[in-house]
Design a protein around this ligand. Structure first.
Ligand code: WT7
Length: 638
């Protein structure tokens, strides 16, 4: 690990922040309730999750809460029938939520759209009918390559409503990344937008889709539905491409909700792994809805009057779970923003909070570090008094930024929920509740019903203060069920190192109070601004450039983004090193992988450190970079 700087800072952190009396009294989960929940989950683990499931509507109840007869292929609520969209929308239409706002959307240019639960329900039904009319049905895969728009939410819900499977690809990914994901999922239909606004410019999304579909691998796609967002000419290839508006114009605003098995797939979401191609993480209707509903209510303490602003893009798991599904399941109002957080200036996030009266703000350390640079004048000029709770996710929260958020945004009154979880876990796993005593930089303790630990290489729990592998010891409802098309990889990556336990791939420590401190990835995965990207993907993108013979990528610390990539490159004969080539390589990576893949530095080498069997020893390059010991080098080639 080359996280030592962060780590030291975290370990020296001794400040604690106690919840205010008001929070203790008003929280959905009071200290007493928390103690009861903990005890209940200890004594009757399945009963605890069964109670959580009872809070939602089912077409038919389960015969078993957990089927663990074929580990690690666990099943939850077997025999049950449900549809997450019934709980996210349909049931609100017959409740007082009917006329409540479900979504407040703000475009980068300042335009807004607001949809009540009833309006969202009707739009989803129209698009569900349109999808059915295109021949899309149960089990079919639909790829969404979308900016954050109301139609993104509508398309996700419509797909799930008809029992099809959505796979959202983040709009910042490249054509190549999109093509790979379309091909792996064998999607029949793609939903996209002509363009969208980002940092004052129009990003031509449709052109990227056209490039992705040009390859033979993506021949599975029959239809491309294009949402008109940005004023520009999109090249429409008939009959493949159709405008969203034309498709839904004559559709009825009612549509039946498919009755699904609890274990039927709801969505795929691709995430980076240590090796090879991205992994298609599989989530299901039943367990996922139970997990995200339960955790948003407890951790974000949802009240009927809340306005929940989550800064995550729907293209990531945070967007899926806590900007779309959980807020709707909980019947709350969510705020979604299309554009760049610094546009037109550094108070945009604060002005969105002010304008819509957000009560909960869920964001990332990267964004806070970025906004911090502009000073506390920006939040101070805005009325942030509606905020009562703050949240963070994606990377370790350095105490300096934590305290800045607490003081200058939260008036030293709003507890910060630093939530640890992953694409694979689907829901919050280790996180404070509003009543928890907080230590800046710590994700505190596992939630009730979650058993987590930190283990050494031999599988023994490490003593307080020592680093080790973060594991989850029991299955949980919103857990992923498999990797799409890759069950062996599922077993091998997550369930083999410590039999019967889930290996998270993070290094963590516990302190004397049992508080967890996440240090970063233990595998060859970078977390750039909270977004996972594999060294393997970066290296193969480097190798795709004609000048590059060999490449090794390591994470290096970055003041804003937490981590970024540094590449060590061996050039082909005749290629000329120099700043020109560095620039070209950086542009090449951006083209290949999209703007998420930030390469800070490229260093040219004659050779790379390797084992005798030819594996690149990134560990040695990391050690050189940080000036630390490289550990065991006995396998190093001379
Ligand atoms: C990885 C998962 C879950 C949504 C965002 C990312 C890191 C996540 C925290 C946190 C420290 C965190 C871990 C994890 N991570 N939350 N609160 N503190 N690190 O989802 O892309 O699946 O990435 O993000 O390294 O393994 P993801």
């Amino acid at each position: 690990m080359d996280q030592s700087g962060t780590l030291d800072a975290l370990l020296q952190e001794e400040r604690v922040f106690r919840p205010l009396p008001r929070v203790l009294a008003e929280a959905n989960v009071t200290p007493q309730r928390l103690a009861e929940d903990m005890a209940r989950a200890q004594e009757d683990y399945l009963g605890y999750w069964e109670d959580a499931a009872e809070e939602l509507d089912w077409f038919k109840k389960w015969t078993r809460v957990l089927d663990d007869s074929n580990p690690p292929f666990y099943k939850w609520f077997t025999g049950a029938k449900c549809n997450i969209v019934f709980n996210a929308l349909d049931r609100h239409i017959t409740s007082p939520n009917k006329n409540k706002l479900a979504l407040i959307w703000e475009g980068e240019a300042g335009d807004t759209r607001k949809l009540s639960y009833y309006e969202l329900y009707r739009e989803v039904n129209r698009f569900a009918n349109a999808l059915r009319a295109q021949g899309v049905g149960r089990g079919d895969r639909v790829v969404l390559y979308m900016p954050p728009l109301p139609e993104t939410v509508i398309a996700m819900l419509a797909t799930a409503k008809i029992g099809a499977v959505h796979s959202v690809v983040f709009g910042g990914f490249s054509a190549k990344a999109l093509r790979e994901r379309i091909a792996d999922a064998q999607a029949r239909l793609v939903v996209t937008a002509d363009g969208f606004y980002r940092n004052g410019r129009v990003v031509n999304l449709k052109a990227i889709v056209d490039e992705a579909l040009a390859g033979r691998e993506a021949a599975c796609v029959e239809t491309v539905v294009v949402v008109h967002r940005a004023t520009m000419q999109a090249d429409m290839t008939e009959p493949r491409d159709v405008w969203y508006a034309d498709l839904v114009r004559h559709e009825k605003p009612e549509s039946p909700t498919e009755v699904m098995e609890a274990e039927d797939t709801l969505f795929l979401l691709y995430t980076s792994g240590a090796t090879g191609t991205p992994k298609g993480v599989v989530h299901t209707h039943g367990g996922y809805m139970v997990g995200v509903h339960h955790t948003i209510r407890n951790v974000f303490d949802i009240k009927p009057t809340d306005i929940f602003y989550c800064t995550a893009d729907p293209g990531w798991i945070t967007g899926h779970s806590y900007a779309v599904y959980a807020p709707l399941l909980a019947g709350t109002t969510m705020v979604m923003y299309e554009g760049h957080p610094l546009y037109p200036q550094a108070d945009r996030v604060w002005s969105i909070v002010e304008r819509h009266g957000a009560t909960i703000l869920y964001t990332t350390p990267t964004l806070i570090r970025m906004l911090m640079r502009f000073g506390k004048e920006y939040p101070r000029k805005r009325d942030l008094s509606t905020l009562r709770l703050l949240g963070s996710v994606g990377e370790p929260f350095n105490p300096e930024a934590w305290v800045w958020l607490f003081k200058h945004v939260g008036r030293s009154e709003c507890p910060i929920m630093d939530t640890w979880w992953q694409t694979e876990t689907g829901m919050f796993m280790i996180s404070p509740l509003p009543v928890t005593l907080l230590k800046p930089g710590s994700v505190t303790k596992p939630l009730p019903g979650i058993e987590a630990d930190v283990l050494d290489e031999a599988g023994n729990p490490v003593p307080p203060g020592k680093g080790g592998q973060l594991v989850i010891k029991k299955p949980w409802p919103a857990m992923f069920r498999n990797l799409y098309n890759a069950p062996e990889r599922y077993v091998e990556t997550y369930w083999t190192k410590y039999p019967g336990m889930y290996l998270a791939g993070d290094v963590a420590r516990k302190d004397e109070d049992g508080y967890f401190w996440i240090q970063g990835r233990s595998d060859d995965v970078l977390v750039i601004a909270g977004h996972r990207i594999g060294t393997a993907e970066l290296e193969s993108a480097f190798l795709a450039h004609k000048a590059v013979a060999e490449a090794a990528v390591i994470p290096v610390k970055d003041k804003i983004r937490g981590e970024v990539a540094k590449a060590f490159v061996v050039l082909n004969e005749g290629a000329e090193e120099g700043p020109e080539l560095v620039k070209e390589l950086k542009e090449h990576i951006r083209r290949e992988l999209g703007p998420v893949a930030v390469v800070k530095a490229v260093e040219f080498r004659r050779e790379l450190p390797k084992t005798r069997s030819g594996k690149i020893l990134r560990r040695i390059l990391k050690a050189e970079e940080t000036g630390e010991a490289a550990g065991d080098v006995s396998t190093l080639e001379d």
